[in-house]
Ligand binder design. Structure first.
Ligand SMILES: [Zn+2]
Length: 371
């Protein structure tokens, strides 16, 4: 079994600092930078700039925008540093390797940051955190955001299923899925809360994007996520602003599953980080080439029962953070199930995830002439 999935945020960060030294030896000019969180100075966002002589291409690999997903992300970042960085030409291609966009969430095994904000709903272009998006969220509020402590999974199961059945009839599956996943800026205790202002972590990334697009002609980002999609097939997810149709991208990258982040293929997101990069390019850096994708390692699966299971644990974990649990057993069950949604323990899952990641790194970097 692959033992390189880290056990803690600290172990993961320490390993990142060791691994970047090998990368630094190959590039003549490198900078290791850090941003300690204001309220948690022992936790930091850390990144390496490896600069080529000629700034043609920049490859960015980033992890833990959703903190708890950073354990799989860390493993994939290590894969990139071990097997792909050595094959990249330091004359014309730079690297931006970023460990833990959301270090607080990674350390404490949450998806959100310390303000309960989902950072991948916080990259709102030009700061318009419109409370009016996602009107169905209020309609479904009783279902999505129960105002009471969580019970054991067995006790919650029947209650939850009854609500699911009711809501599948009205307003229906499509609206339930869209309302729960799109993001929202109204209810700071609700699921997928995108915040009402730019978060500290978001601001750090926005500055990095501006530097990257100002200095390099071609910018490629691969950002690591887990949770959604088929269990044994990682999905490369691409913002809707990217002009290449998914079927074409599948061929271009020689990778079997590429999807657009919209309701017809994956699901729609407001305030998505990748989408922000395209908007920034269009507004301030026209002429630059951008490809900003996510690697989404599916865990529970994409059949209806798996989607219901994912939504249930998403609701229960949020409920636990805001209202606590009726007893320690209930809390333990919710945390275990939540961990399994973002970091599956199964050896077979981990091996396939690594193989998919390797295939996608190879396909994308080859398509852009970097490998
Ligand atoms: Zn994620």
């Amino acid at each position: 079994m692959d033992s390189l999935f880290p056990e803690s945020y600290e172990a993961s960060r320490a390993r990142f600092f060791r691994d970047v030294e090998r990368v630094r030896a190959k590039w003549t000019s490198t900078r290791l930078e850090t941003h300690p969180l204001k309220n948690f100075p022992e936790l930091s966002i850390d990144w390496l700039w490896a600069e080529p002589r000629k700034k043609e291409n920049l490859v960015m690999v980033s992890t833990a925008e959703h903190g708890i997903e950073g354990y799989v992300g860390s493993r994939m970042l290590k894969l990139f540093m071990d097997e792909f960085a050595p094959r990249i030409n330091p004359e014309n291609t730079g690297l931006l390797l970023l460990h833990a966009i959301n270090p607080w969430g990674m350390k404490y095994h949450y998806r959100v940051n310390a303000n309960h904000v989902d950072l991948n709903r916080n990259f709102v272009f030009e700061g318009n955190y419109d409370p009016g998006i996602n009107p169905d969220f209020d309609l479904l509020s009783n279902f999505l955001n129960p105002q009471r402590p969580v019970r054991t999974l067995r006790a919650e199961a029947i209650l939850f299923l009854a609500k699911v059945v009711r809501n599948m009839i009205y307003p229906g599956r499509a609206r339930v899925q869209s309302a729960s996943l799109l993001g929202q800026h109204r209810n700071s205790q609700g699921i997928y809360f995108g915040g009402r202002q730019v978060q500290e972590e978001t601001a750090v990334l926005m500055r990095l994007y501006r530097t990257a697009l100002a200095e390099y002609q071609n910018f490629i980002q691969m950002d690591m996520h887990t949770g959604y999609g088929p269990r044994y097939q990682m999905t490369v997810i691409v913002p809707p602003l990217d002009p290449t149709p998914s079927a074409e991208a599948t061929q271009k990258f020689n990778y079997p599953l590429v999807q657009k982040i919209d309701a017809s293929e994956f699901y729609a997101i407001s305030g998505d980080m990748g989408e922000y990069v395209y908007r920034l390019r269009d507004a301030e850096f026209p002429g630059k080439v951008v490809f900003a994708c996510g690697f989404e390692f599916g865990t529970f699966g994409d059949a209806l029962p798996a989607l219901i299971r994912s939504l249930r644990i998403t609701i229960l974990e949020n409920q636990l953070r805001h209202h606590g649990a009726l007893n320690p057993q209930a809390e333990e069950q919710v945390r275990t199930e939540y961990q399994e949604l973002f970091l599956p323990a199964e050896a077979e899952w981990r091996e396939k995830a690594l193989a998919d990641c390797s295939q996608a790194f190879h396909g994308i970097l080859s398509a852009y002439g970097i490998l």
